[in-house]
Design a binder for this molecule. Structure first.
Ligand SMILES: CC(C)(COP(=O)(O)OP(=O)(O)OC[C@H]1O[C@@H](n2cnc3c(N)ncnc32)[C@H](O)[C@@H]1OP(=O)(O)O)[C@@H](O)C(=O)NCCC(=O)NCCS
Length: 181
């Protein structure tokens, strides 16, 4: 069996055929991205200067890639469901990288990012991923504090990793709890 077969076998797919999960603390539904969510997540991205600016096609390609996972958080508070946050990960063998995470500005500090991370870690761990890595601007205090509070550990620093403005990246890692037998 080739390495890629091992990664993409149905047993460890990142995309189990389950519906959304309700997070009672943040009062959001968490589910996989669908095409109808694209404009909402682009709006959230564009309202968040600190994050990577992706094009719509980048999200579509990641969602279609067996190694990619995009989760969205949908608010239950209104009659019409509203996407209030999302995250994107990319898997390489037993490791994944957090590529993007953002919450709509009016919905911040309500636990939405924590809920997205929790659900992503659950899915990744169930699919056999052991560690989740990320890079973050050192000056992005909300994000650094989110990751610290969630249990990420500092692995190192990449000098001048970011441009405009130039800045070091902190490299963080989170060890995922493996599901029991
Ligand atoms: C970083 C971000 C995703 C956090 O989303 P959020 O939904 O507001 O975060 P949560 O409410 O889940 O916060 C969980 C914990 O993170 C920490 N935290 C989050 N925002 C914080 C802030 N502005 N200041 C200090 N700590 C913060 C706190 O420990 C918080 O727990 P508490 O509210 O019980 O104190 C959000 O600020 C955002 O979208 N920023 C712009 C995009 C971005 O920078 N993405 C990260 C790229 S690496």
């Amino acid at each position: 069996m080739s390495k890629s077969d091992a990664v993409f076998s149905p047993d460890n797919s990142l995309k189990p055929p389950e519906l959304s999960v309700f997070d009672a603390a943040a009062r959001v539904q968490l589910r996989l991205f669908s095409q109808d969510d694209l404009n909402a997540i682009l709006d959230i991205q564009n309202a968040s200067r600190a994050m990577a600016a992706w094009r719509g096609r980048d999200y579509e390609q990641l969602a279609a890639d067996p190694r990619g996972m995009i989760l969205v958080a949908e608010s239950e508070a209104r009659m019409l469901p509203e996407i209030v946050g999302f995250l994107a990960t990319y898997r390489i063998d037993r490791e994944s990288e957090l590529w993007n995470i953002a919450v709509e500005p009016r919905h911040r500090r309500k636990g939405v990012a924590r809920a997205l991370l929790r659900e992503a870690c659950r899915r990744l761990s169930e699919s056999g991923v052991h560690r989740l890595f990320l890079e973050v601007r050192e000056s992005n205090l909300p994000a650094v504090e989110l990751y610290r509070a969630f249990g990420f550990a500092l692995l190192g620093r990449r000098k001048d990793y970011y441009l405009n403005p130039k800045e070091d990246a902190l490299v963080l890692v989170h060890r995922l709890v493996q599901p029991g037998p």
